[in-house]
Ligand binder design. Structure first.
Ligand code: IPE
Ligand code: IPE
Ligand code: MG
Length: 247
C-alpha cells in the first residue's frame, strides 16, 4: 500500500477569509469560439452567460464587490459587426439584470465613459443603477467603455476644475483626492484581480486601484472559467502574504 498525499483538488475556499473585492478581466471569448469553429460573436454570447453564473456564485459565497471588465475604450477598434454584437449582448444582459437586482439584492454600477454609447444602452444603464440603489447585497461594477487612463484623465480634469474654482489648492491634492474622482470612489480597492484567457497583462484595467491587488492569471478562456476555477484563484489568494510594502 502506498501513502497518498492529500490532493490539491481537495482544498477548499476558506469562507471566513474571502477577498472582499474581486475584479475579473472577461477575456478569451473570441479564442474560445475559434477553437470550436464558431464565430467570435458566439464566444461573447457564452461569455455573457458565464458572467451571470460567476456573479451568482460570488454573491452566494459572500463576496462584497465584483468588478468586471466587459468592454474597453480600445475595444471600439474591433470590426463593426463584433462591436454591435457585444453592445446587443450588453443590452440584453442589462434588461435581464434590471429584473434580477431586486431578486438577488444586487447593487449594479457601470464604470466607464458614457461617450460613444447609444441612447438606448445609456437609458438601460441608468435604469439599472436606479433600480439597484436601494439594494444592500453584493455590488457589481460593470466596466463598459472603460479605460483606466481615460478614468485618470477625467479625474485630473475634475481636480483642475476644483483648483480653478478655488475649492482646492494644489498642495491639498492627495492620493485620496485622486481616488475620490475615480469611478471607484466609494469602493475599496480590489483584493484579487483575475485574468482568464492566458494573457498576462492588465490591458488598461484599474491601473490606480490595482496597486496592491493580488494577480491571478488563468489559461482557461472566460466562457469555460467555472466556479471551480474561481475557487482555485481564491485558494491561491488565501495563501499569499500581502505586505503592502511592509515586512
Ligand atoms: C473578451 O474576449 C471580450 C471583450 C474584449 C469584449 P475577447 O473578445 O478579447 O476574446 P479573445 O481575447 O480575442 O479570445
Ligand atoms: C481586455 O481584453 C478588455 C476586456 C476584456 C474587456 P482585450 O482582449 O481587449 O485585451 P488585449 O487586446 O488582449 O490586450
Ligand atoms: Mg481578448
Amino acid at each position: 500500500m502506498g501513502i497518498f498525499r492529500k490532493k490539491r483538488t481537495d482544498e477548499k475556499v476558506d469562507l471566513t477569509a474571502l477577498p472582499e473585492h474581486i475584479a475579473i478581466i472577461l477575456d478569451g471569448n473570441g479564442r474560445w469560439a475559434k477553437r470550436r469553429g464558431l464565430p467570435r460573436t458566439a464566444g461573447h454570447a457564452v461569455g455573457s452567460e458565464n458572467f451571470r453564473k460567476i456573479a451568482t456564485y460570488c454573491n452566494d459565497i459572500g463576496v462584497k464587490y465584483l468588478t468586471v471588465y466587459a468592454f474597453s475604450t480600445e475595444n471600439w477598434k474591433r470590426p463593426d459587426e463584433e462591436v454591435s454584437t457585444i453592445m446587443s449582448l450588453l443590452e440584453k444582459y442589462i434588461i435581464e439584470a434590471i429584473e434580477e437586482v431586486t431578486k438577488k439584492n444586487l447593487r449594479l454600477r457601470f464604470w466607464g465613459s458614457r461617450e460613444g454609447l447609444s441612447e438606448k444602452i445609456l437609458k438601460l444603464m441608468s435604469d439599472a443603477e436606479k433600480k439597484s440603489d436601494e439594494m444592500t447585497g453584493m455590488q457589481v461594477n460593470v466596466c463598459l467603455n472603460y479605460g483606466a487612463r481615460d478614468e485618470i484623465k477625467n479625474a485630473l480634469r475634475g481636480i483642475v476644475k476644483d483648483v480653478e474654482a478655488g475649492k482646492l489648492s494644489c498642495e491639498e491634492i492627495s492620493e485620496k483626492t485622486i481616488s475620490s474622482k475615480l469611478y471607484s470612489a466609494d469602493t475599496p480597492d480590489p483584493d484579487l484581480l483575475i485574468r482568464p484567457g492566458g494573457e498576462t497583462r492588465l490591458s488598461n484595467f484599474l491601473l490606480w486601484q490595482a496597486a496592491y491587488s493580488e494577480l491571478y492569471f488563468s489559461d482557461k478562456f472566460w466562457p469555460e472559467f467555472d466556479e471551480r476555477e474561481l475557487d482555485r484563484a481564491i485558494i491561491e489568494f488565501q495563501k499569499r502574504n500581502r505586505r503592502f510594502g511592509g515586512v
